[in-house]
Design a protein around this ligand. Structure first.
Ligand SMILES: Cc1ncc(COP(=O)(O)O)c(C=O)c1O
Length: 425
């Protein structure tokens, strides 16, 4: 099916005003998606519309406040379809890292010295540093290793570190360093045998693949809307039974102590909540345009969930074609190393590489002059890139991340730029 899949990239591109930007007369190619995607016009318009016509604080007796409250409720409903959960299990926050810090402080009250928490070396610091805070409370934080060759989690090491003492497993679903997708379902099932709570970081996964919290059976899952066409906002799923027990340390006197409101300290960025839900509606709109090519996969699904699944699957199929072409061409270049697992393992459309003897920042600057926007460095995947691979002196990885608005010509431009860059050496 993937071979014959017709992706309406022209329609997708029309939605993004930023694609009109040029650099030195060349169109900007936004290959920086893993750092944050571009925003479709309708998302920015939704934020504006909220601010112009519904901007009010919560629970007032008057029209704008009531409409504002309803828009937040509606947004929870949209994200319930995105995660496949109930609306009351969805809460909003500043960003993923801040949500994890908030959760970690909540768990600090529930845990006791000697209890253990597992984090991993494949994770972004946003799902490591917040859990390390628990060390201040006498809790032991252990770290699951990765295979440095394939940048994949070591399941045996995980099992060796898991025990009755393990109370939390904080695990990444897709690595922002180089796109490795981990079999979180397998890790979660194992952690649950010991009664541990599982926290899945889906920040890099969410823009590329379908999330189903029931299918992986996680207790908590966190992601950030600005990675999937939305504004800068974090979104968290908390399983109802756990959420009801969690004591947030960030609840003020007079605050609602029920889920999900107890997770949302103070006044929410309600305009961004509206914008984040609109980003999901954008994905669903793209899904409706591709659903008839995906009928087998969509069987049994209906409504908004079906449209979201269709949208993400369409993006995934299209982006895979771009990423595979880039990986294939890069692998032919001497002195260039592509990181991450091979084609046999699931991965996102994020391609990271280094060129021998060159600082990745130098390549990123060369690319930037040609309108190719890519990230270089460690992207806060410090454990993987700096600690395990020791690439800090080399400027970390050069990371090319695809989004549905990218073109095969962007891939060709990257390959040409790499070759031209090497000629300058
Ligand atoms: C995999 C992953 N986890 C966590 C984060 C942190 O997200 P936020 O900036 O929303 O705190 C990022 C950000 O790049 C990420 O890629």
């Amino acid at each position: 099916m993937a071979v014959n899949f017709k992706f309406d990239v022209d329609y997708i591109r029309e939605q993004f005003p930023a694609l009109s930007i040029t650099v030195n007369g060349l169109p900007a190619a936004f290959l920086d998606g893993p750092g944050g995607t571009q925003v479709p016009k309708r998302v920015a318009e939704k934020v504006n519309e909220y601010m112009f016509y519904r901007n009010a604080n919560e629970m007032g007796a008057f029209k704008t406040s009531q409409e504002s409250d309803q828009s937040v409720l509606d947004a929870r409903g949209v994200f319930a379809h995105f995660f496949n959960c109930d609306p009351e299990e969805v809460a909003f926050g500043e960003n993923t890292s801040s949500i994890n810090f908030k959760l970690s402080y909540a768990f600090a009250r529930a845990l006791k010295p000697g209890d253990e928490v597992l984090i991993t070396n494949i994770d972004h610091e946003g799902n490591r540093s917040p859990w390390r805070v628990l060390e201040d409370f006498g809790i032991v934080v252990k770290c699951v290793d990765i295979d440095p060759e394939t940048i994949t989690l070591d399941f045996e090491d995980f099992k060796a570190k898991l025990s009755d003492k393990t109370k939390i497993l904080a695990i990444n679903w897709a690595a922002n360093s180089c796109g490795t997708v981990s079999d979180v379902k397998k890790f979660i099932a194992e952690a649950h045998k010991y009664g541990a709570v599982t926290v899945v970081d889906a920040v890099h996964y969410a823009p590329h693949k379908v999330i189903d919290v029931k299918e992986i059976d996680t207790d908590i899952l966190v992601c950030s809307a600005y990675k999937f066409f939305g504004p800068h906002l974090g979104v968290v799923y908390v399983r109802r039974a756990l959420g009801d027990k969690l004591v947030s340390t960030r609840v003020m006197a007079g605050d609602n102590t029920e889920m999900p409101l107890k997770m949302e300290t103070g006044t929410l960025a309600m305009e961004l909540v509206n914008g984040a839900a609109e980003a999901v509606e954008f994905i669903a709109d793209c899904g409706r345009r591709h659903a008839e090519q995906l009928t087998d996969e969509l069987e049994g699904l209906s409504g908004l969930r079906r449209d979201i699944v269709a949208g993400l699957r369409a993006f995934e199929i299209y982006e895979e074609g771009l990423a595979n072409k880039l990986r294939e061409e890069l692998s032919k270049i001497d002195g260039l190393k592509v990181y991450g697992p091979g084609a046999e393992a699931p991965r996102t459309s994020t391609v990271s590489f280094t060129i021998e003897g060159v600082n990745s920042n130098e390549i990123a600057k060369f690319f930037a002059e040609r309108g190719l926007f890519v990230w270089d460095g460690d992207f806060y995947a410090i454990a993987t890139i700096n600690n395990v691979l020791g690439l800090e002196p080399a400027g970390g990885f050069l990371r090319v991340g695809f989004a549905p608005y990218n073109l095969m010509s962007d891939v060709e431009r990257v390959i040409e730029a790499v070759k031209d860059f090497i000629k300058t050496k």
